[in-house]
Write a protein that binds this ligand. Sequence first.
Ligand code: C5P
Length: 206
Amino acid sequence: MIIAIDGPAASGKGTISKKLAQHFALPHMDTGLLYRAVGYAMRDDLDRPDWEKLAIEKAQSLELSHYHEDDLTTAEAGVAASKVARVPEVRTALREVQIAFAQQEDGAILDGRDIGTRICPDADVKLYITADAETRAERRTKQLNARGVDVTFDEILAQIEKRDADDKDNPAGAFYVAPDAHLLDTTKLSIEAAFQAALELVNDVL
Ligand code: C5P
């Protein structure tokens, strides 16, 4: 069984994916981490004239286990991820890693931006998780503040809106909602309610 979960930053897709993975005992890949790792590895080189070439090399030789999750989940790594995600060859290199992960015997859950459209177009279930930008910024600010990161709601909202805009016109292939994806708006839902709603959608299809 392959479950494809897409949606914008801080929509709740990561939390829902982890809970579904636990529920169905399936391996889970947060594909945003792959782009974040390349972005983080490039953090001091993004202004170089040859940054795209370097980013492609980093993507082609990526070892995700070499990175600490706390370094990858910062707002800066998110912005850098969104920049490297615009390079077609970076997407090609990371696509292979994702497809290999999806081909495990019992199936897998992958979350990202183009799982249901380009990585696993034949997934058994596709969910598109969304929430309004203010709610997403509020969640992300709380998460980061709880970890001791000193950021304000306004800074995070601006970053989220910029990332939404950049992702929307990604020249390497704009993200869109798969026509057969089930939409789930988590704006007014608690984590538990959002998970239950997602579980119901998956169970309906199985
Ligand atoms: O999901 P997350 O916020 O961690 O993703 C970080 C960035 O990586 C996104 O803003 C997007 O530009 C890129 N990304 C992507 N394709 C994916 C997952 C993430 O281009 N499947």
